[in-house]
Design a binder for this molecule. Structure first.
Ligand code: PEP
Ligand code: MG
Length: 592
């Protein structure tokens, strides 16, 4: 038995057999080429990939030489040398021609064999070259498999398993057979990463940032993961298995009890109705949102339209998707957020250069304003769908008034064009802006004059304000939304919204954390939009408290000068209402 610990990412206990995902192997399929023409074109693809890689290496070498000098650039001499190794390219071409296999598969096989041979050598220097070989040929493979939108291919398992991987992207979940995943553990990631957010939406127990798990986990062995505490147990003994089975039962029975109250309204004891909405990241979630008694969607992340497919979504396809959401949620509202691509949501369909700081890079509204066709297509689809329900639209990552005005100008032009063509569009569509970049928060007063509502994205706001990467496991303790600087910023945004007569919601993960949710309500947030798994717990808490109490506790909490003091104070004051025995608490740890 071996116990590892990682970062709690999605609550619940999973007990099952391990399935280790080796992404690189999975992303390269073996294809048999059935015509001489296909063989010839695959040989050409391979030659082209080698040429592109060479150009890439020469360009990097040049750049390094001019910035850093000859010595640093010489590493690329070695890489170019490896690339030109005739043996590897000849063997690969031979497999393509003689065995009629696709280039990526052939190359992977040759490189794997070469690595095995290098590893077996006595010579230390040669053994150390293994990493260089891997590096160079990964570049070549990248050119050969660039059509793949994800590192993971569909996994079809007859037995439900707990998946273990080095790293998974947020939309990789969609590539697993529905219901085949009992739980998931990764070596990388943080609790606010998009991967963790989707695990929570799908109610799949998850632990991220669990170092060394892929080295220790063996396919088919038993594993327990406790997603609420970040614990991973490999080969558990029978006592441990029994203990966790009991906990799993308790967790499930607690969920069932909450579920039975799903139709009760989110109203405080003193009669204040709270607007609770759900966040949607995958279309399949809509059923579960409705089943959890949630009537509104406060954040519809539309990126799945790009990330789950190999070709860009057409206007028609988007129109169908948005109409379907609006019809199903009617009369509740759906806030559709325009594409927030980029950062950790990279689509192979949008050609981006590799960026040193993707979270601060070409993403979200920046891509939309540069690639207007993409933006206009999405807006046309959204506006056409508007007649099917209660639609609101919002723009992500806005960082200035000018940027918002550019987005609004395009939005208004698209609307006018549609109306000019007599395409029906709803008369009442609220347009909002996400406040998730500190510069936007600082000019919230000006932004509020241009829109109907704000939705505060506390995940990115925390990341950018504190300069802490939300997906970096080493920085997890610093990613702290109760930091007084974050709270001051949120409060000032709420005040700016209210003094301009608009409403303000919160759609970052804070909204689904019991203590933070109360904090946000006490600060004046008008709406909380959260992961579906949090909806019932937050509703239960709201129904157990008076709004007066929330307001007075929060007022006092905001006078404290540290995150720790604020969290401990809230914990003490709300202990009776917020059930600390329940595992939700552990996902968003309160430090005491
Ligand atoms: C946020 O940043 O808080 C947010 C809701 O957007 P996302 O998590 O999709 O970046
Ligand atoms: Mg965001």
């Amino acid at each position: 038995m071996k116990t590892l610990s990682g970062i709690p990412a999605s609550p619940g206990i999973a007990i099952g057999l391990i399935h280790v995902i080796n992404q690189e192997e999975l992303s390269i399929k073996e294809i048999t080429l059935d015509t001489p023409g296909k063989v010839q074109s695959e040989v050409e693809n391979f030659t082209l990939a080698l040429r592109k890689t060479e150009e890439e290496l020469v360009a990097v070498q040049k750049m390094l030489r001019s910035h850093l000098g000859k010595d640093e650039a010489s590493i690329f001499d070695a890489h170019l040398h490896i690339l030109k190794d005739i043996a590897i390219s000849q063997k690969t071409a031979a497999i393509i021609k003689n065995e009629k296999k696709n280039a990526a598969f052939a190359l992977k096989r040759v490189v794997d064999e070469t690595i095995v041979a290098f590893n077996a050598m006595q010579d230390d220097y040669l053994r150390q070259r293994v990493l260089d070989v891997q590096d160079v040929y990964k570049r070549v493979l990248n050119h050969l498999v660039e059509d793949f939108v994800t590192g993971v291919d569909p996994v079809d398992l007859s037995e439900k398993s707990v998946f273990v991987a080095r790293s998974l992207g947020p939309y990789d979940f969609a590539f697993f057979e529905q219901g085949s995943m009992l739980g998931v553990v990764t070596e990388t990631g943080g609790a606010a990463s998009h991967f963790a957010i989707i695990a929570r939406s799908l109610d799949i127990p998850a632990v991220v940032g669990c170092e060394g798990v892929t080295l220790t986990a063996v396919n088919g062995a038993t594993i327990i993961i406790d997603g609420g505490h970040g614990t991973v147990i490999l080969n558990p003994d029978s006592d441990t298995l029994e203990k966790y089975s009991r906990q799993q039962k308790r967790y499930i029975s607690r969920e069932q009890k909450l579920f039975a109250q799903r139709d009760l309204p989110p109203i405080t004891i003193d009669g204040r109705m709270i607007d609770i909405a759900a966040n949607l990241e995958l279309p399949s979630e809509i059923t579960s949102i409705l089943e959890h008694g949630c009537r509104n969607i406060g954040l519809c992340r539309t990126e799945f339209l790009y990330l789950l497919k190999k070709s860009p979504p057409t206007e028609e396809e988007q129109f169908q998707t948005y109409s379907d959401f609006l019809k199903k949620m009617h009369p509740g509202y759906v806030i559709i957020r325009t594409f927030d691509l980029g950062g950790d949501k990279i689509s192979g369909m949008i050609k981006t250069e590799s960026e040193a700081n993707p979270a601060l890079g070409w993403r979200a509204i920046r891509i939309c304003l540069d690639e207007e066709d993409l933006f206009r297509t999405q807006l046309r689809a959204i506006l056409r769908a508007s007649i099917f329900g209660n639609l609101k639209v919002m723009f992500p990552m806005i960082s200035s008034v000018e940027e918002l005005r550019r987005a609004l100008k395009i939005y208004n032009e698209v609307k006018k064009e549609l109306l000019g063509k007599l395409v029906p569009v709803s008369e009442r569509i609220d347009v909002g802006v996400m406040i998730e970049v500190p510069s936007a928060a600082l000019v919230a007063d000006e932004l509020a004059k241009e829109v109907d509502f704000f939705s505060i994205g506390t995940n990115d706001l925390t990341q950018f304000l504190l300069a802490v990467d939300r997906g970096n496991k080493r920085l997890a303790p610093l990613f702290d939304s109760h930091n007084p600087a974050v709270l001051k910023m949120i409060k000032s945004v709420i005040n700016a919204a209210h003094s301009n007569g608009i409403w303000v919601g919160v759609c970052g993960e804070m909204a689904g954390n019991p203590l933070s949710a109360l904090l946000l309500l006490g600060m004046g947030a008008d709406e909380l939009s959260m992961n579906t798994i949090s909806v019932l717990e937050i509703k239960r808490i709201i129904r157990s408290i008076t709004f007066d109490e929330i307001r007075s506790v929060v007022e006092e909490a905001l006078t404290l000068e540290s995150s720790r003091k604020i969290s401990v104070f809230l914990q003490r004051k709300f202990r009776k209402k917020v059930s600390f025995s329940h595992l939700y608490q552990e996902v968003f740890k309160v430090k005491s």
